[in-house]
Write a protein of this length. Structure first.
Length: 210
């Protein structure tokens, strides 16, 4: 029960860490506030690097570790580009992840093994769905041509991350389902053995009584 509640918390917080700035950036269908986008994107980018560094160290699956390292490389590059662009434009960037992202990290840090892998990829699906939404809004409706161009250049990478995250999430679900079935079969075999042992004992007891 506790793991299930933690799972819900990680996904909800992960989505919130991106969704909140994305929603603020898209309150209307008019032009996007470039400074707000820059602050939201910088904070979220740092959160992605931090979460992926944790996964690269802690994930039990080598495939998840490779995925995490891929995210680190791409997001670190995007973060550096955005920081340079913002400096040139005299636009502020956030220097740490938002509180919601930090809370998501704490939830992930409390997990181990397959539980960690499963929640990390759920986090990535939620985070990148919101990231794509945020960057699409800037690419379509941003005011500053250079920041719009950055968002447009970064979007294919974010979409690819989302595709990869969904594939990993599907694989984790299949593995979890397979594991449950194997455990059920193992329990069934153990019950059958116990029943057979009990029946043999009862048979021997009857023979002795006869």
């Amino acid at each position: 029960m506790m793991r299930w509640m933690m799972s819900l918390a990680v996904v909800a917080i992960a989505a919130g860490s991106w969704a909140a700035p994305a929603a603020r950036a898209q309150e209307t269908k008019g032009p996007i506030n470039d400074q707000l986008f820059t602050m939201a994107a910088s904070a979220a980018g740092m959160a992605e690097v931090s979460a992926s560094q944790l996964a690269a160290d802690r994930a039990s699956s080598e495939e998840i570790k490779k995925f995490a390292q891929h995210l680190i490389t791409d997001h670190a590059k995007a973060n550096q580009e955005l920081t340079g662009l913002a400096a040139a434009k005299r636009i502020a960037v956030l220097t740490s992840p938002e509180v919601s992202a930090q809370a998501a990290m704490e939830c992930l840090a409390g997990l181990r093994g397959e539980d960690f892998d499963r929640e990390f990829v759920k986090h990535q699906v939620a985070a990148h769905m919101c990231a794509v939404q945020l960057f699409e809004a800037e690419a379509e409706r941003g005011r500053d041509a250079d920041i719009k161009a950055f968002a447009s250049r970064t979007l294919p990478t974010l979409r690819e991350h989302l595709r990869m995250a969904r594939e990993h999430a599907q694989r984790e679900r299949r593995e979890a389902s397979k594991g449950r079935e194997e455990r059920k079969e193992s329990e069934h075999r153990e019950h059958a053995k116990d029943r057979e042992k009990s029946e043999r004992k009862e048979s021997k007891d009857r023979e002795k009584s006869d």
